[in-house]
Design a binder for this molecule. Structure first.
Ligand code: HPA
Length: 231
């Protein structure tokens, strides 16, 4: 079964309207999901929505695993660290940086996972994106910050040497998915240039407009992945 893990913007997706809701109990808390035919949708922020630094990532991934998901396609909103990666572009990352914010299922045992994103799965997701837009990149490094505030110009000046895009969720989810042997790939929606990458001042309005602009394409990609039964 394919699992789709997205942010609050995906709640407006027509795909999931009408899908029945279910609650799933996990050792890390209760999660609400929507269930389709051979596919499940989880809105990562929960209800009421929690800001990025308080998302129950362990509950989310444990719920998907418990429901029998075999792969997770995530949709993550990001800022761009590179002038050449314009807002409106989708990017399927193949690695991430998050040395300051590690969540784990291995709190009480000596287990050391070596994180590698599933390249074949990422490529399948990229191919599905490519069917709907030319503005998509395969590969790139996602840098995870803690949030909820965005980064300062000085922080971005450092981070731009570490990766291509910045967000607040992917590394936590990918780490926990890997710890439970669940392949995880992400469609990153580049919704803004990071603070200070361009001279035009960054505003939350700009981010909101781009989130809804990319949503139609992402919806088509998700439809393709669902009908193709990427499970
Ligand atoms: N920084 C962090 N997270 C984000 C950004 C950003 O610029 N844009 C969308 N999510």
């Amino acid at each position: 079964m394919l699992a789709i893990l997205g942010g609050t913007s995906l709640l407006d997706c027509r795909i999931f309207s009408g899908w029945p809701e279910e609650t799933v109990e996990t050792p890390f808390g209760t999660v609400t999901i929507k269930k389709g035919d051979g596919v499940v949708f989880l809105q990562r922020h929960g209800n009421p929505p929690m800001p990025p630094h308080r998302i129950g990532h362990r509950a989310n991934i444990a719920a998907l695993k418990g429901l029998g998901a075999s792969r997770i396609v995530a949709v993550n909103s990001v800022g761009s660290l590179k002038f050449s990666l314009e807002p409106g572009t989708l990017l399927v990352p193949d690695d991430f940086v998050s040395p300051w914010h590690i969540e784990t299922f291995f709190d009480d045992e000596m287990r050391f996972m070596i994180p590698v994103m599933d390249g074949n799965f990422a490529h399948e997701v990229f191919v599905a994106c490519r069917e709907h837009t030319m503005a998509v990149r395969m590969g790139g490094t996602y840098v995870q910050t803690i949030g909820p505030r965005l980064e300062t110009r000085a922080e971005i000046n450092i981070l731009k040497d570490f990766g291509d895009i910045v967000g607040m969720t992917l590394a936590s989810e990918a780490t926990l998915a890997m710890e439970t042997d669940l392949p995880y790939a992400s469609i990153c929606s580049i919704d803004n240039y990071c603070h200070g990458i361009v001279e035009t001042p960054l505003t939350m309005d700009e981010i909101r407009v781009n989130v809804s602009r990319n949503l139609a394409t992402i919806e088509s990609v998700l439809n393709t992945l669902i009908t193709r039964g990427l499970s």
